[in-house]
Design a protein around this ligand. Structure first.
Ligand code: FES
Ligand SMILES: [Fe+2]
Length: 372
């Protein structure tokens, strides 16, 4: 049998202890996608992000409000209450909270106690998505927001969608950083057999991790072949960059061209996909997706065709990651080991970085707690 010796398994388990996984507490001081902008209306919307229950609504001047979803009087979820003139009235005893989370009315008495409000989160609406800073609102750091100009660029045609993932967000980031799986998990959708064997390069920097693959020549699957017209066998180049841009966003950018045409004569077709995983719990994830292309603008039929084909593939990831999460949960800790190969290098570095971020945040919090 080829199972490693006990010492090798122990070494693999020790190495895994230096990587973030579903047991790693969440990193709060960063931006995550809370919702698509069109989900948030002038009504209360409950959503759990990073293990915290929140309530969202849009004010009459169109701001997105995010508050802790728990009344500090007797813990009634505020999302069960009512929205009255941009304030939330608790369903139980009628305490009222404004959009900053301050308690502004207690019906049973004339005055409202001071400093009994709830946490208000900083939100930022950019293009189709609403970002949320999960740490303290006054510490929200705009420099940590990943670049996303193409999502707001009218030269790009966009579509968007949401999937509920029954797996850790760490496994989704890992899945996206190595697209070797296209040849297998997506063999029936947008993968091709040559993808896994194509040469790749890794880029590992502080907080940025990428894997680049040039699949040339290749035969494009219908999702790309039909809209680009690159339908011939071995006609196309597929140049892919998968990049972890932040805890809340991974971007896949791809260029396609006819590899039989001279470089200065061939049109290029670009697509980008922002994969934005926001942890819900340790093992469930809100998976927001925005897809864009720089060709076939204003072509609704192409948008629908590509969107439908892409979501067949993204559902394959969701199904595969859920199976993986179940296998992890059903394996006794002493038997659990995983080994990595060269194409895992960016994902392993990413997981080491996430754990280091979380540890740094925990240290900073305990230093604040210990301050006299
Ligand atoms: S629980 Fe909200 S007012 Fe009492
Ligand atoms: Fe995938």
């Amino acid at each position: 049998m080829t199972r490693p010796q006990r010492t090798v398994i122990l070494a693999a388990q020790n190495a895994a202890n230096r990587l973030a996984d579903r047991h790693t507490p969440f990193v709060m001081n960063d931006w995550y996608v809370a919702a698509f902008g069109d989900e948030i209306k002038a009504q209360l919307l409950a959503r759990t992000l990073l293990g915290r229950r929140l309530v969202f609504y849009r004010t009459s001047d169109k701001r997105v409000v995010a508050l802790e979803d728990r009344c500090p009087h007797r813990s009634m979820p505020l999302s069960a209450g009512t929205l009255v003139q941009d304030t939330v009235v608790c369903a139980y005893h009628g305490f009222r909270f404004n959009s900053e989370g301050d308690c502004i009315e207690v019906p049973s008495q004339a005055t409202c106690p001071k400093n009994v409000g709830i946490k208000a989160y900083r939100t930022l609406e950019r293009g189709p998505v609403v970002w949320i800073w999960m740490g303290e609102a006054e510490e929200a750091d705009l420099s940590k927001l990943p670049e996303q100009d193409w999502m707001e660029d009218r030269q790009w045609e966009h579509s968007k969608g949401f999937l509920s993932l029954q797996a850790s967000y760490i496994r989704l980031h890992e899945n996206l950083l190595d697209l070797t799986h296209l040849s297998f998990l997506h063999a029936k959708s947008f993968g091709t057999p040559d993808y896994a064997k194509a040469a790749f390069e890794s880029e590992i920097g502080e907080g940025r991790f990428a894997l680049l693959r040039n699949v040339v020549p290749t035969t494009l699957p219908p999702v790309w072949a039909v809209p680009t017209g690159l339908t011939g066998p071995g006609q196309a180049a597929r140049i892919v960059r998968s990049e972890f841009k932040s805890l809340g966003m991974h971007e896949v950018s791809v260029r396609f061209y006819d590899c039989h045409l001279p470089e200065n004569e061939r049109p290029e077709f670009q697509i980008r996909t922002a994969h934005m995983p926001t942890p819900e719990t340790a093992t469930t994830t809100h998976y927001f997706i925005v897809h864009g292309r720089d060709f076939a603008q204003s072509d609704a039929a192409t948008t629908r065709f590509m969107h439908d084909q892409l979501f067949v593939a993204f559902n394959e990831d969701v199904d595969g990651l859920a199976l993986q999460e179940q296998a992890l949960a059903n394996t006794p800790a002493e038997d659990l080991y995983e080994f990595s190969v060269a194409s895992d290098a960016p994902a392993v570095a990413m997981r080491r970085y996430v754990l280091a971020r979380q540890q740094k945040e925990a240290e900073a919090n305990s230093a604040v707690a210990l301050r006299p």
